[in-house]
Design a protein around this ligand. Structure first.
Ligand SMILES: Nc1ncnc2c1ncn2[C@@H]1O[C@H](COP(=O)(O)OP(=O)(O)OP(=O)(O)O)[C@@H](O)[C@H]1O
Ligand SMILES: [Mg+2]
Length: 277
Protein backbone atom coordinates (compact mmCIF):
# COMPACT_ATOMS: atom_id res chain seq x y z
CA UNK A 1 0.00 0.00 0.00
CA UNK A 2 2.82 2.39 0.87
CA UNK A 3 4.44 1.87 -2.54
CA UNK A 4 1.22 2.44 -4.49
CA UNK A 5 0.39 5.61 -2.59
CA UNK A 6 3.94 6.97 -2.35
CA UNK A 7 3.74 9.50 -5.15
CA UNK A 8 0.49 11.01 -4.01
CA UNK A 9 1.67 11.12 -0.41
CA UNK A 10 4.82 13.06 -1.34
CA UNK A 11 2.75 15.80 -2.95
CA UNK A 12 0.71 16.25 0.21
CA UNK A 13 3.69 16.52 2.52
CA UNK A 14 4.92 20.02 3.28
CA UNK A 15 7.94 18.67 5.14
CA UNK A 16 9.76 15.35 4.90
CA UNK A 17 12.71 14.53 7.12
CA UNK A 18 14.33 11.20 6.27
CA UNK A 19 16.89 9.48 8.44
CA UNK A 20 18.84 12.54 9.49
CA UNK A 21 21.96 12.38 11.61
CA UNK A 22 23.29 15.47 13.34
CA UNK A 23 26.61 15.90 15.12
CA UNK A 24 27.74 18.91 17.17
CA UNK A 25 31.39 19.96 17.37
CA UNK A 26 32.31 17.02 15.12
CA UNK A 27 31.90 14.53 17.97
CA UNK A 28 28.59 14.69 19.80
CA UNK A 29 25.94 12.77 17.87
CA UNK A 30 22.49 14.06 18.79
CA UNK A 31 20.17 12.85 16.01
CA UNK A 32 20.51 9.19 14.99
CA UNK A 33 18.41 8.49 11.95
CA UNK A 34 15.39 10.64 12.71
CA UNK A 35 12.47 10.66 10.26
CA UNK A 36 9.19 12.57 10.35
CA UNK A 37 6.71 14.26 8.02
CA UNK A 38 4.24 17.14 8.19
CA UNK A 39 1.19 16.81 5.90
CA UNK A 40 -0.22 19.98 4.37
CA UNK A 41 -2.45 21.96 6.70
CA UNK A 42 -1.74 19.80 9.72
CA UNK A 43 -0.30 20.44 13.18
CA UNK A 44 2.21 17.74 14.06
CA UNK A 45 3.51 17.55 17.62
CA UNK A 46 7.10 16.52 18.35
CA UNK A 47 7.34 15.47 21.98
CA UNK A 48 10.13 14.15 24.14
CA UNK A 49 12.06 14.74 27.31
CA UNK A 50 14.88 17.23 27.92
CA UNK A 51 17.85 16.69 25.66
CA UNK A 52 16.05 14.25 23.33
CA UNK A 53 17.02 16.42 20.35
CA UNK A 54 13.76 18.30 19.62
CA UNK A 55 15.30 21.75 19.18
CA UNK A 56 18.16 20.24 17.18
CA UNK A 57 15.60 18.72 14.80
CA UNK A 58 14.02 22.14 14.24
CA UNK A 59 17.44 23.78 13.76
CA UNK A 60 18.37 21.15 11.18
CA UNK A 61 15.16 21.96 9.26
CA UNK A 62 15.64 25.75 9.39
CA UNK A 63 19.34 25.77 8.50
CA UNK A 64 20.57 27.00 11.88
CA UNK A 65 22.96 24.15 12.71
CA UNK A 66 26.09 25.73 11.19
CA UNK A 67 25.69 28.67 13.61
CA UNK A 68 26.19 26.25 16.50
CA UNK A 69 28.92 24.13 15.00
CA UNK A 70 26.36 21.46 14.24
CA UNK A 71 26.43 19.41 11.07
CA UNK A 72 23.84 17.42 9.16
CA UNK A 73 25.92 14.36 8.35
CA UNK A 74 23.33 12.14 6.72
CA UNK A 75 19.73 12.05 5.61
CA UNK A 76 17.34 14.20 3.61
CA UNK A 77 15.19 17.24 4.32
CA UNK A 78 12.51 18.25 1.80
CA UNK A 79 10.33 21.32 1.99
CA UNK A 80 7.45 21.31 -0.52
CA UNK A 81 9.15 18.38 -2.22
CA UNK A 82 12.46 20.20 -2.77
CA UNK A 83 15.76 19.30 -1.17
CA UNK A 84 16.48 22.07 1.35
CA UNK A 85 19.05 20.32 3.53
CA UNK A 86 21.92 22.68 2.70
CA UNK A 87 20.05 25.98 2.39
CA UNK A 88 20.77 29.02 4.58
CA UNK A 89 18.09 30.24 7.01
CA UNK A 90 17.26 33.26 4.86
CA UNK A 91 16.68 31.12 1.77
CA UNK A 92 14.36 28.95 3.82
CA UNK A 93 12.35 31.96 4.97
CA UNK A 94 11.86 32.79 1.28
CA UNK A 95 10.51 29.30 0.75
CA UNK A 96 7.87 29.77 3.40
CA UNK A 97 9.53 28.53 6.59
CA UNK A 98 8.99 30.34 9.90
CA UNK A 99 10.89 29.20 12.98
CA UNK A 100 9.76 30.42 16.40
CA UNK A 101 12.75 29.57 18.52
CA UNK A 102 12.83 28.30 22.09
CA UNK A 103 12.94 31.06 24.69
CA UNK A 104 11.12 33.80 22.72
CA UNK A 105 14.02 35.50 21.00
CA UNK A 106 12.93 39.08 20.49
CA UNK A 107 15.00 42.27 20.22
CA UNK A 108 14.43 43.67 23.70
CA UNK A 109 15.78 47.15 22.88
CA UNK A 110 13.45 47.58 19.92
CA UNK A 111 9.76 48.41 20.14
CA UNK A 112 7.17 45.77 19.35
CA UNK A 113 6.58 47.24 15.91
CA UNK A 114 10.30 47.58 15.20
CA UNK A 115 10.62 43.87 15.96
CA UNK A 116 8.01 43.17 13.28
CA UNK A 117 9.74 45.53 10.84
CA UNK A 118 13.05 43.74 11.51
CA UNK A 119 11.35 40.47 10.55
CA UNK A 120 10.54 41.92 7.11
CA UNK A 121 14.26 42.45 6.36
CA UNK A 122 14.65 38.72 5.88
CA UNK A 123 11.99 38.98 3.17
CA UNK A 124 13.81 41.61 1.11
CA UNK A 125 13.13 41.08 -2.56
CA UNK A 126 10.04 38.99 -2.04
CA UNK A 127 7.14 40.54 -3.87
CA UNK A 128 4.61 40.12 -1.10
CA UNK A 129 6.55 41.64 1.82
CA UNK A 130 3.80 43.09 4.03
CA UNK A 131 3.61 46.82 4.61
CA UNK A 132 1.37 46.62 7.60
CA UNK A 133 1.00 44.14 10.39
CA UNK A 134 -2.77 43.86 10.50
CA UNK A 135 -2.71 40.08 10.41
CA UNK A 136 -0.33 39.89 13.38
CA UNK A 137 -2.26 42.50 15.35
CA UNK A 138 -5.51 40.73 14.46
CA UNK A 139 -4.32 37.58 16.21
CA UNK A 140 -2.58 39.46 19.02
CA UNK A 141 -4.48 42.69 19.85
CA UNK A 142 -2.26 43.09 22.92
CA UNK A 143 0.74 43.59 20.65
CA UNK A 144 -1.14 46.38 18.90
CA UNK A 145 -1.79 48.10 22.23
CA UNK A 146 1.89 47.88 23.08
CA UNK A 147 3.29 48.44 19.61
CA UNK A 148 5.25 51.54 20.62
CA UNK A 149 6.65 49.99 23.80
CA UNK A 150 9.99 48.24 24.11
CA UNK A 151 9.82 44.49 23.63
CA UNK A 152 12.01 44.06 26.70
CA UNK A 153 9.16 45.38 28.88
CA UNK A 154 6.60 42.89 27.59
CA UNK A 155 5.47 40.03 29.82
CA UNK A 156 6.71 36.54 29.00
CA UNK A 157 3.44 35.68 27.29
CA UNK A 158 3.47 38.86 25.22
CA UNK A 159 7.06 38.18 24.16
CA UNK A 160 5.95 34.72 23.03
CA UNK A 161 3.15 36.38 21.05
CA UNK A 162 5.69 38.72 19.48
CA UNK A 163 7.98 35.81 18.58
CA UNK A 164 5.05 34.10 16.83
CA UNK A 165 4.07 37.43 15.24
CA UNK A 166 7.57 37.87 13.82
CA UNK A 167 7.35 34.48 12.14
CA UNK A 168 3.86 35.32 10.79
CA UNK A 169 5.22 38.42 9.06
CA UNK A 170 6.98 36.09 6.61
CA UNK A 171 3.60 34.58 5.67
CA UNK A 172 4.94 31.08 6.27
CA UNK A 173 3.45 27.91 4.86
CA UNK A 174 5.24 25.87 7.53
CA UNK A 175 5.85 27.08 11.06
CA UNK A 176 8.26 25.41 13.46
CA UNK A 177 7.27 26.23 17.04
CA UNK A 178 9.75 25.40 19.80
CA UNK A 179 8.03 25.12 23.19
CA UNK A 180 5.62 28.04 23.01
CA UNK A 181 4.29 27.10 26.48
CA UNK A 182 7.65 27.35 28.22
CA UNK A 183 7.45 29.27 31.48
CA UNK A 184 3.94 30.61 30.93
CA UNK A 185 1.01 30.51 33.35
CA UNK A 186 -1.64 27.91 32.39
CA UNK A 187 -4.23 30.46 31.32
CA UNK A 188 -1.77 32.14 29.00
CA UNK A 189 -0.68 28.78 27.60
CA UNK A 190 -4.27 28.06 26.67
CA UNK A 191 -4.67 31.52 25.10
CA UNK A 192 -1.53 31.12 22.98
CA UNK A 193 -2.47 27.61 21.86
CA UNK A 194 -5.95 28.75 20.88
CA UNK A 195 -4.31 31.33 18.62
CA UNK A 196 -1.89 28.74 17.23
CA UNK A 197 -4.89 26.54 16.37
CA UNK A 198 -6.61 29.52 14.71
CA UNK A 199 -3.54 30.38 12.62
CA UNK A 200 -3.47 26.78 11.43
CA UNK A 201 -7.20 26.57 10.71
CA UNK A 202 -7.73 30.04 9.23
CA UNK A 203 -4.52 30.47 7.25
CA UNK A 204 -3.78 26.84 6.46
CA UNK A 205 -0.30 27.10 7.95
CA UNK A 206 1.20 23.65 8.53
CA UNK A 207 3.02 23.35 11.85
CA UNK A 208 5.65 21.26 13.56
CA UNK A 209 5.11 21.88 17.25
CA UNK A 210 7.78 20.95 19.78
CA UNK A 211 6.47 20.73 23.34
CA UNK A 212 7.20 19.29 26.73
CA UNK A 213 3.61 19.98 27.67
CA UNK A 214 2.27 16.87 25.92
CA UNK A 215 -1.33 17.42 27.07
CA UNK A 216 -1.80 20.72 25.37
CA UNK A 217 0.27 19.78 22.33
CA UNK A 218 -1.90 16.70 21.70
CA UNK A 219 -5.03 18.78 22.27
CA UNK A 220 -4.22 21.01 19.26
CA UNK A 221 -2.19 18.62 17.08
CA UNK A 222 -3.62 16.26 14.47
CA UNK A 223 -0.79 13.76 14.91
CA UNK A 224 2.46 13.44 16.76
CA UNK A 225 5.84 11.85 17.24
CA UNK A 226 7.65 11.00 20.42
CA UNK A 227 11.41 11.09 20.34
CA UNK A 228 14.02 9.72 22.67
CA UNK A 229 17.75 9.99 22.37
CA UNK A 230 17.82 11.29 18.81
CA UNK A 231 15.16 9.14 17.16
CA UNK A 232 11.43 8.66 16.92
CA UNK A 233 10.11 5.92 19.21
CA UNK A 234 6.32 6.28 18.84
CA UNK A 235 4.09 8.01 16.32
CA UNK A 236 0.39 8.18 15.57
CA UNK A 237 -2.71 10.35 15.55
CA UNK A 238 -3.06 12.77 18.46
CA UNK A 239 -6.01 10.77 19.77
CA UNK A 240 -4.05 7.52 19.65
CA UNK A 241 -1.02 9.02 21.37
CA UNK A 242 -3.16 10.61 24.07
CA UNK A 243 -4.69 7.18 24.75
CA UNK A 244 -1.40 5.23 24.58
CA UNK A 245 -0.57 3.83 28.04
CA UNK A 246 3.18 4.58 27.68
CA UNK A 247 2.54 8.12 26.54
CA UNK A 248 0.08 8.64 29.38
CA UNK A 249 2.52 7.37 31.95
CA UNK A 250 5.71 9.04 30.73
CA UNK A 251 4.50 12.23 29.08
CA UNK A 252 1.05 13.06 30.37
CA UNK A 253 1.52 11.93 33.97
CA UNK A 254 -1.05 9.87 35.80
CA UNK A 255 -2.86 13.03 36.93
CA UNK A 256 -3.37 14.12 33.31
CA UNK A 257 -7.17 14.04 33.61
CA UNK A 258 -7.55 17.54 35.03
CA UNK A 259 -5.33 19.08 32.46
CA UNK A 260 -7.10 17.28 29.65
CA UNK A 261 -10.42 18.64 30.95
CA UNK A 262 -9.19 22.21 31.03
CA UNK A 263 -8.29 22.01 27.33
CA UNK A 264 -11.74 20.81 26.29
CA UNK A 265 -12.40 24.19 24.66
CA UNK A 266 -9.43 23.77 22.34
CA UNK A 267 -10.46 20.26 21.32
CA UNK A 268 -13.91 21.56 20.60
CA UNK A 269 -12.49 24.35 18.42
CA UNK A 270 -10.38 21.85 16.50
CA UNK A 271 -13.31 19.51 15.82
CA UNK A 272 -15.57 22.35 14.79
CA UNK A 273 -12.96 23.53 12.30
CA UNK A 274 -12.61 20.05 10.90
CA UNK A 275 -16.32 19.89 10.20
CA UNK A 276 -16.26 23.26 8.53
CA UNK A 277 -13.38 22.40 6.19
N1 LIG B 1 25.12 23.85 20.23
C1 LIG B 1 25.32 22.65 20.82
N2 LIG B 1 26.57 22.15 20.97
C2 LIG B 1 26.75 20.94 21.54
N3 LIG B 1 25.77 20.15 22.01
C3 LIG B 1 24.51 20.61 21.89
C4 LIG B 1 24.23 21.88 21.29
N4 LIG B 1 22.89 22.07 21.30
C5 LIG B 1 22.36 20.96 21.89
N5 LIG B 1 23.33 20.10 22.24
C6 LIG B 1 23.12 18.79 22.87
O1 LIG B 1 22.27 18.03 22.05
C7 LIG B 1 21.33 17.30 22.82
C8 LIG B 1 19.93 17.64 22.36
O2 LIG B 1 19.68 19.01 22.60
P1 LIG B 1 18.33 19.72 22.12
O3 LIG B 1 18.44 21.14 22.54
O4 LIG B 1 18.10 19.42 20.72
O5 LIG B 1 17.28 18.92 23.01
P2 LIG B 1 15.74 19.23 23.31
O6 LIG B 1 15.01 17.97 23.08
O7 LIG B 1 15.31 20.44 22.59
O8 LIG B 1 15.78 19.50 24.89
P3 LIG B 1 14.94 20.54 25.78
O9 LIG B 1 13.62 19.88 26.03
O10 LIG B 1 15.74 20.65 27.02
O11 LIG B 1 14.82 21.84 25.04
C9 LIG B 1 21.59 17.66 24.28
O12 LIG B 1 22.38 16.65 24.85
C10 LIG B 1 22.38 18.94 24.19
O13 LIG B 1 23.28 19.06 25.25
MG1 LIG C 1 14.72 22.31 23.15
Amino acid sequence: MAAAGAKETTVDLVLEVNNIEVVYNKVVQVLRGLSLAVPRGRIVALLGSNGAGKSTTLKAISGLLPLEDGELQAGEIRLHGQDTARLAPQQLVHRGLGHVMEGRRVFEDLTVEENLVAATYALAGRAAAPRDFDAVYGYFPRLHERRKGLAGYLSGGEQQMLAIGRALVGEPTLMLLDEPSLGLAPQLVEEIFTIIARINAERGVSMLLVEQNASIALAVAHSGYIMENGKIVIDGSAERLAADPDVREFYLGLGGGDQARSFRGLKHYKRRKRWLS
